[in-house]
Design a protein around this ligand. Sequence first.
Ligand code: URA
Length: 192
Amino acid sequence: MYDNWEQLKNDCMNCRKCQLAATRTKLVFGVGNENARVLFIGEGPGANEDLQGEPFVGRGGQLLDKFLAAVDLDRKKNIYIANMVKCRPPQNRDPSPEEQNECIGWLREQTRLLKPKIIVCLGRISATRLISPDFKVTKQHGQFFDKNGTLMMGTFHPAALLRNPNQKPEALEDFIALREKILEICPETYEL
Ligand code: URA
């Protein structure tokens, strides 16, 4: 258990708990405001993230930034973004359950320090692990679920929206619902 970000980040950056450590260029710890009330959780680093050490910096990331900006959210300002696994799975395959199990402790510690009021799962991998194993993004996106006092919502993964642009309007509705929820339970987000 950690009581500060610096120590947590330092230990995480040296992690070699699973095989992904051997093939990573950079570990992708997370980005954002450490006092944010809203946490976004993706799947795992892709090629660009592995090179730069920051989540969602490729084409999908640019799209994510646009959706965030539409509801006045900004990774440099008022949210935090992390992934289920901190190192890139080769060929962008899904992280295995074992890799997720080894890595989830880091995310738990990040969540403990952040104490978010709202967690947004970007895509199936984080939504099925964190909201419910049978979560269906196409059916349940945009709905809020209370998990021990934290509101959790799943929405489309930005990479999925690049493949299926017809789902963008539904994704935008999710972000608009998110803004409403933020204004209701953690309006201080918009003062950060
Ligand atoms: N996809 C993710 O899920 N996370 C990233 O950081 C980049 C792409």
